[in-house]
Structures are given as structure tokens and as C-alpha cells.
Design a protein around this ligand. Structure first.
Ligand code: F6P
Length: 322
């Protein structure tokens, strides 16, 4: 096994609060082990033909709290092609990189899997996405912060909803996964929660909306990947209870920004340190994660199988959706 003297790192896909904390965790641990750390900017785009910048924990420590990513990010079309990946391989060789750490979500790990077919450098992944849709970790970086942002905003909407006795359908992010919707919905006392993983939730919503007497707020959290979506759900509610006063709010990208929560900062530091230590122990092509509050390493091919909403949460949905 070649000694690791120079690690490169990049952030990719949708940014998430906690990525900067992870960068600091990696930098500090690398320095403690006399390893040079370089960052490629703009995700896989930077890996293809970007020039790496030197990273130092002394500078990074000032940004541990910040959302976004200091290394910037992108969704790269070029890396989907073999030609793009070959170019990235040449770029890594040119810059004498011994190992690579990636922070990102589902698309990032699919990219690493494809890249590992032509590049035998050790890769280590850190889960960074607000969606919490990766297997191999109970929590991805940014999920907790995004849920906190969603909750803060839903609480505000409740104030005005109660003042007017209105129904509000509030769309939250999460892509094909209902984690943000479930956590933010249960945490705000929502009357119904619609997630992509369940079709029954809509039946529950209609039953409730049908008997809604317009004397209170009625809050519905809709995951953006839900099979019906907020507009169709709103239309159906109007059909069964035409007199309701109804509004739709899409929280959108506000959920991706802002300072990271204490949980995400700590998770970033832990996973950053774990990633470097794992590389030094000779691990490769695995993602650092946290399972049952224990640090864990999961092979990339298992990571990209979706993190399913578990039975306990499904059970809660049934109870609280009624
Ligand atoms: O994957 C994170 C995420 O914020 C999803 O929740 C959302 O569907 C998507 O990214 C939005 O992507 P973009 O910022 O490219 O519009």
C-alpha cells in the first residue's frame, strides 16, 4: 500500500450545512498526521480540470458554523461520461494525489462508484445532503439543520394560519425521500404529512380535510417528491370541502442555507476525522457514517441504495396522521 502524503477533497451535488465543518475535521486530522490537503472547487467539475488549492485548518476553523461550502459545488454532466472521468484521473495524477475524499449525496456516490472502475486510488466518502437518503448512516450532514430551518418557518406559518383559520399546504425538500417532511411535520404538530413512500397518507388527509370545520389552522406538510404534490392535493381538498380558505407555501432553498445546527457541526467534525483515519488504516471505497451512534464505514455500492423511512416512523405517521 502506498503511503498517503497528499489527500484531495471536494464537495459535490446540493450543498448542505455541515460540509464546512467536515472540511475542517478532515484538514485538522490530516495536519496532525503530516498529510497535505488540497481542495478541488466545484465538485466533479473541478476534479476534471480545476487547479487544487491548499487547505489549512487555521483558516477553515473560522467557517465551521457556516452553511454552503467553501469549496463550492456543482452537478457535473461531464463526469457522467467516461471521457470526463479519464480527464479527472489525469488531473489527479498531475497533482500527485494519493487519496480522495468526497462530500456529497446520492449522485456523488454514484460518481465515485463509476470512477473507482478506472482509478485505483483510495476513495473515502462523507454523506452530505439535506435529504437524509443514503444508506449506511442514520443521518447525513445538513439534514438536522434543514429540519430546524423548516420547523422555524412552519411555526411562523402556523401563526398566520391560525389567525385566518386557513389550510396551509407547505412543501419541503427531500427529493424522493420523506425524512424532512416527517421530522418537520411531527415537530410542528401538522395535521397531515404527505411523503413519497406512502400512498395511504393522502387518504388520511382527505378524510380529515372533509370534516375540517374551518375553525382552526390546518397544516399539511408535503414532501416535494410526493406522488401527488401540493397543487393536486389542494385541488382535491377544495373538491371535498369547497369553502376552505387555502394557501400553498414552498419553503424551497431556504432549507439548504443558514448556519449549521450543533448536531451537524459535530457530525461534520466526527466524519471528517474518521475519513482521514480510515484512509490511513488502508480503507478504500467506503463512506464514513453514523449508525446507532457508532461511527461506521459502508461500501459505496450499499450507500446508493436508498435510506428507507423506517417502520417506527411509518407507525408514527399512521398515529399522527389520524
Ligand atoms: O439534494 C438536495 C436537494 O436540495 C433536494 O432536496 C432538492 O430536490 C434538490 O437538491 C434541489 O436541487 P437544485 O439546488 O439543483 O435545484
Amino acid at each position: 500500500m502506498k503511503t498517503i502524503e497528499h489527500i484531495a477533497i471536494f464537495t459535490s451535488g446540493g450543498d448542505s450545512p455541515g460540509m464546512n465543518a467536515a472540511l475542517h475535521g478532515v484538514a485538522k486530522t490530516a495536519e496532525m498526521n503530516n498529510i497535505r490537503l488540497s481542495g478541488f472547487k466545484k465538485g466533479y467539475e473541478g476534479l476534471i480540470d480545476g487547479k487544487p488549492v491548499q487547505l489549512h485548518s487555521n483558516e477553515l476553523k473560522k467557517y465551521v458554523h457556516r452553511g454552503g461550502t467553501l469549496l463550492k459545488t456543482a452537478r457535473s454532466k461531464r463526469f457522467l461520461t467516461l471521457e470526463g472521468r479519464q480527464q479527472a484521473l489525469e488531473n489527479l495524477k498531475t497533482n500527485k494525489i494519493d487519496a480522495l475524499i468526497a462530500i456529497g449525496g446520492d449522485g456523488t456516490f454514484k460518481g465515485l462508484l463509476a470512477f473507482s472502475e478506472i482509478c485505483d486510488l483510495p476513495f473515502l466518502g462523507i454523506p452530505g445532503t439535506i435529504d437524509n437518503d443514503l444508506a449506511g448512516t442514520d443521518f447525513t450532514l445538513g439534514f438536522d439543520s434543514a429540519v430546524n430551518t423548516a420547523i422555524e418557518n412552519i411555526d411562523k406559518i402556523r401563526d398566520t394560519a391560525e389567525a385566518h383559520n386557513r389550510i396551509f399546504l407547505i412543501e419541503v425538500m427531500g427529493r424522493d425521500c420523506g425524512y424532512i417532511a416527517i421530522h418537520s411535520g411531527l415537530g410542528t404538530g401538522a395535521d397531515a404529512i404527505l411523503i413519497p413512500e406512502s400512498a395511504h397518507d393522502f387518504i388520511q388527509l382527505l378524510e380529515k380535510a372533509g370534516s375540517y370545520d374551518r375553525e382552526d389552522a390546518f397544516i399539511v406538510i408535503v414532501s416535494e417528491g410526493d406522488e401527488l404534490g401540493a397543487e393536486v392535493a389542494a385541488k382535491k381538498i377544495k373538491e371535498i370541502n369547497p369553502a376552505v380558505d387555502l394557501r400553498i407555501t414552498k419553503l424551497g432553498h431556504v432549507q439548504r442555507g443558514g448556519n449549521s445546527s450543533a448536531f451537524d457541526r459535530m457530525l461534520g467534525i466526527r466524519l471528517g476525522a474518521t475519513a482521514v483515519e480510515a484512509l490511513l488504516r488502508g480503507k478504500k471505497n467506503v463512506m464514513a457514517g453514523i449508525l446507532n451512534n457508532e461511527l461506521s464505514l459502508t461500501p459505496f455500492d450499499r450507500v446508493v441504495k436508498e435510506h428507507q423511512v423506517n417502520d417506527e416512523l411509518r407507525g408514527l405517521l399512521k398515529i399522527f396522521g389520524n
